[in-house]
Ligand binder design. Structure first.
Ligand code: GLA
Length: 701
C-alpha cells in the first residue's frame, strides 16, 4: 500500500510516496510527474551485500539508523535512549494549497508534521513541527525545516558569501562526493553565510532559501544512488532545544523556486505585508548617517531637510545619534530617551519641520543592544546575554540584551512605543550591529533560537501597535536579509558600503532573492566614505536608481550644479519607479567583461541601465542582446532618452551616436538576436537608456 502526494504543478512540483514506515520518498522534484504511474511501483534493488530490502535514500527529512546511512535531518535522544526515530502511519490533510503530512513514532514517542505549500508565484515551501509525546524530556539535536532533491551527476552550487560592506558575493563550485555544508553561528542571518543558494545540474536549476534570522545550516548530502538531498534548517547549540513532555519544536519555513523571478514574485505577492495593504511608490529617502554621523545639529538637520525637499526627496530618516549621550558608538544603546543636549525641545520641532515640508519622518533604533556604558546597563547588567564566569565579549562596544525575558522586551517595546506614539513617525530603521557570541540566559543555557523568535515577537508587537509604520531591516548593512525578517519588514539596508562599484555585485547577488524595490540603495558623497573611491554623480545615481533610491550625504555640501544634477536623477527615478518596481518587469543580465546591465521592461517602455565596473578586457563590447522575454515584445523601437546627457564613452562611432540620439528605429526582436551595438563605457561609469516603440522610424539606420 502506498500513497502518492503531489505538491505544485507544471515545471516545479514535488511528488512523494508515503510509506507505511519511514520518511516520504521523493519520487520527483522539478517537472511534475503523473500522479499515477506504473514506474512508481517498480521495486528498486541495491548491491549484493546491501540491505535485504532496498531502503529509499531520496526521502524528506531522513532520520538515521534504520538502514539510511546518509546525513540525518532529524536527530535527538532522551538521555541517550530513543536515539533512533522512525515515523510511520502517515496521514494527509489538504486545504487548498496547503498539505500537511503527519506521522508518529510510538517507540521513541515523537510525532512529526511536515507542512508543504505550493505558492501561486511558483514556490514550494516546507516546514516541520516535532512534538515530544513521551513523559520525559527529549533533547532535539537537529530538526531541519525541509529537504529538496537535486539531480545526480555534475551539480554546481551558487552560494553567497561576504563580510561587512561586501555582502552577496557570488561563489560557484561543483559538488563533490562528500557533504557540502554551510553553518552560520552568528545569531543573525550573517554577512558571510546567507541561507540561500542555487543549484544547477542535469538540465535542472532551482534556488532554495531558509526564512530565518538566527543560526542556520544548509547541508547537501549525496544519496546512495548519487542524487543530492538539500537540507535547510535551524542550527542548535548543544542542549539548546530540549522538549519537555508535550512540547513541540516548530522550524522556520524553507522555500524552493525555479528562478529569481519566482522568488521576487513571492516576496511581493505573499511575504511583505504593507501598512495599507499594498506598496506605495517607494519614497526617495534622505538618510542622515553618512552626512552627519553622531553630530546632530538641529538647525543644520532642519536645513538639510529643507534642501532635501527641494531636491524632491520624500522621506527623512534620522539615523543613530539622537538618544542618550550618543556622541560616538561607545555609549547609550539601551537609553532610548531623546538627548536633551542635542534636542532641548525634544524631537518634535524636527519632526514637525520634516512633515511640514511634506516628507515622511523615519528614525533609527537598535533595540536588541546595550552598551556597557549606559544607564540601562548600570541598572540591569544581568539583562545582557552572557555566560556566568566567562569574559564578556564586546563587539562595536556593545552587548546583546536577552529579549527572551519579558521584562526586557516590555522595556524595549515601551521605549520604541513612546517615540512612535508621541511623534509622526512613519518609518523605523531597525538596526542590529553585532553577532551573538556566548548568548547564554540566566540559566546558563544557549538562547540563540529563543532570542531570534523573541526579536520577531518584538517586531510583531511594534507593528501591531503602529500598523502604519514601515520597518527597514538593517544589521551592519545586509547582515539580516532573509524571508523570516522580510515577513515583518518592508525594506533592507543592502550594505553599509555605498560605493557604486561595490554595489554592482552586492545588488546583483541580493536581487536573486529580493525584488529591487526592497533593496535600499543610496547616493553618497565622493570620495566614498568606505573605500575612498571617487565616482561621478551619474555613476552613483544610476547604480542606485532601480532599487529603493535614497541619498546619504549632507545636501548642504553640494554645489549648485550638483544639486541641479541630483534633482534630475530624483525626478527620473520618480518618473520611472512605476515601471522599475512593477511586478515582473525588472530584469538582471549576467555581466560580461565587467559590463552590468539591468532594468525593467513593459510593452511600451524599456529602461536599460548599463554600468561598466572594471575596464573591459575586450577591444569592443559585445552587442547587448536583450533577454528573450523583452525582445519578444517585438515591433520597431527607438532610444528616446539617455542619462547622463553625455555618457563617458571610450570611443563612439557615428552610427552609435545616431542610435543613442534616437535617429535609428530598430526591430526589438533583432535587439534580442543581433544585439544593440553600444559603445564602450569608461570604467566605473554608467548610462541609462529609455526605449519606446517608434512610430514609423527609420529602420535602416
Ligand atoms: C550600522 C548601519 C548604518 C548606520 C550605523 C549607525 O552600521 O548599518 O547604516 O545606521 O549602524 O550606527
Amino acid at each position: 500500500m502506498s500513497d502518492i502526494v503531489s505538491i505544485g504543478s507544471g515545471d516545479f512540483a514535488l511528488s512523494l510516496r508515503l510509506p507505511e514506515l519511514g520518511m516520504p520518498e521523493i519520487l520527483s522534484f522539478g517537472q511534475a510527474a503523473a500522479t499515477v504511474d506504473p514506474l512508481f511501483n517498480v521495486d528498486r534493488s541495491s548491491r549484493v551485500n546491501g540491505m535485504d530490502i532496498a531502503v529509499p535514500s531520496a526521502v524528506l527529512l531522513p532520520t538515521g539508523g534504520m538502514g539510511f546511512f546518509g546525513w540525518p535531518a532529524i536527530a535527538g535522544h532522551r538521555r541517550g535512549r530513543d536515539f533512533v526515530a522512525q515515523f510511520g502511519g502517515w496521514r494527509v490533510e489538504r486545504d487548498n494549497d496547503h498539505t500537511m503530512l503527519s506521522a508518529a513514532d510510538p517507540v521513541a514517542r515523537l510525532s512529526l508534521s511536515i507542512t508543504l505549500k505550493a505558492h501561486a508565484s511558483g514556490l514550494i515551501s516546507m516546514a516541520t513541527t516535532l512534538t515530544n509525546d513521551g513523559d520525559e524530556d527529549y533533547q532535539l539535536d537537529r530538526c531541519m525545516a525541509a529537504t529538496f532533491l537535486a539531480p545526480a551527476g555534475a551539480v554546481e552550487v551558487m552560494s553567497f558569501t561576504g563580510m561587512w560592506g561586501r555582502e552577496f558575493q557570488t561563489r560557484r563550485e561543483l559538488l563533490g562526493n562528500g557533504i557540502w555544508s554551510q553553518e552560520s553561528r552568528r545569531g543573525r542571518t550573517s554577512h558571510d553565510r546567507f541561507p540561500m543558494l542555487f543549484v544547477e545540474g542535469a538540465g535542472q536549476r532551482f534556488g532554495v532559501t531558509l526564512g530565518f534570522s538566527g543560526n542556520h545550516q544548509i547541508v547537501i548530502d549525496r544519496t546512495d544512488d548519487g542524487q543530492r538531498l538539500i537540507h535547510l534548517g535551524e542550527l542548535f547549540e548543544p542542549g539548546e532545544m530540549i522538549l519537555a513532555p508535550g512540547a513541540r519544536y516548530e522550524s522556520p519555513v524553507a522555500y524552493a523556486a525555479p528562478d529569481s523571478a519566482s522568488f521576487q514574485a513571492f516576496v511581493r505577492d505573499e511575504l511583505l505585508t504593507w501598512p495599507n495593504g499594498s506598496m506605495s511608490p517607494r519614497p526617495v529617502t534622505l538618510n542622515t548617517w553618512e552626512g552627519n554621523y553622531f553630530d546632530h545639529q538641529m538647525e543644520s538637520l532642519k536645513a538639510q531637510a529643507t534642501a532635501a525637499a527641494e531636491l524632491g526627496i520624500e522621506r527623512f530618516v534620522l539615523d543613530d545619534g539622537w538618544f542618550g549621550r550618543r556622541d560616538d558608538d561607545t555609549t547609550s544603546l539601551g537609553d532610548w530617551d531623546i538627548d536633551p543636549r542635542k534636542y532641548p525641545d525634544g524631537l518634535k520641532p524636527l519632526v514637525d519641520h520634516v512633515t511640514g515640508l511634506g516628507m515622511q519622518f523615519g528614525i533609527w533604533f537598535e533595540p536588541e543592544m546595550v552598551n556597557p556604558v549606559s544607564e540601562l546597563y548600570k541598572a540591569h547588567p544581568d539583562w545582557a546575554l552572557t555566560i556566568e564566569g566567562r569574559p564578556i565579549l564586546q563587539s562595536r562596544t556593545q552587548l546583546v540584551l536577552d529579549l527572551t525575558r519579558p521584562e526586557v522586551s516590555d522595556y524595549l517595546f515601551s521605549k520604541v512605543d513612546a517615540v512612535l506614539a508621541n511623534h509622526a513617525v512613519s518609518y523605523i530603521k531597525w538596526d542590529m550591529n553585532r553577532d551573538l557570541t556566548h548568548a547564554g540566559g540566566r540559566d546558563g543555557k544557549a538562547k540563540f533560537a529563543a532570542q531570534t523568535r523573541a526579536v520577531y515577537a518584538l517586531m510583531d508587537r511594534v507593528r501591531a501597535a503602529h500598523p502604519s509604520v514601515e520597518i527597514e531591516s538593517c544589521a551592519s548593512g545586509g547582515g539580516r536579509i532573509d524571508y523570516g525578517v522580510l515577513a515583518r519588514t518592508h525594506r533592507v539596508w543592502t550594505s553599509d558600503c555605498t560605493d557604486a562599484l561595490e554595489r554592482l555585485e552586492i545588488q546583483r547577488g541580493a536581487s536573486r532573492f529580493v525584488p529591487p524595490e526592497i533593496l535600499g540603495s543610496h547616493i553618497s558623497a565622493s570620495p566614498n566614505h568606505q573605500t575612498g573611491r571617487r565616482h561621478t554623480l551619474a555613476f552613483r545615481a544610476l547604480v542606485a536608481m532601480a532599487y529603493h533610491l535614497g541619498v546619504e550625504l549632507n545636501p548642504l555640501e553640494l554645489t549648485g550644479d550638483e544639486r541641479d544634477e541630483l534633482k534630475v536623477y530624483v525626478e527620473t527615478y520618480k518618473r520611472l519607479r512605476g515601471l522599475l518596481h512593477a511586478p515582473g518587469a525588472n530584469f538582471q543580465m549576467e555581466p560580461i567583461d565587467g559590463r552590468y546591465v539591468w532594468g525593467a521592461a513593459s510593452a511600451d517602455k524599456i529602461v536599460l541601465i548599463v554600468a561598466q565596473g572594471p575596464q573591459m578586457v575586450g577591444e569592443q563590447p559585445a552587442p547587448l542582446k536583450l533577454p528573450a522575454a523583452i525582445a519578444g515584445f517585438g515591433g520597431q523601437w527607438t532610444i528616446t532618452n539617455v542619462l547622463p546627457v553625455t555618457p563617458e564613452f571610450i570611443r563612439i562611432s557615428e552610427g552609435q551616436t545616431r542610435l543613442l540620439s534616437g535617429a535609428v528605429a530598430f526591430n526589438l526582436e533583432s535587439a534580442g538576436v543581433v544585439g544593440l551595438p553600444l559603445p564602450m563605457l569608461r570604467p566605473e561609469s554608467a548610462m541609462l537608456l529609455e526605449l519606446i516603440p517608434s512610430k514609423g522610424g527609420n529602420t535602416h539606420g
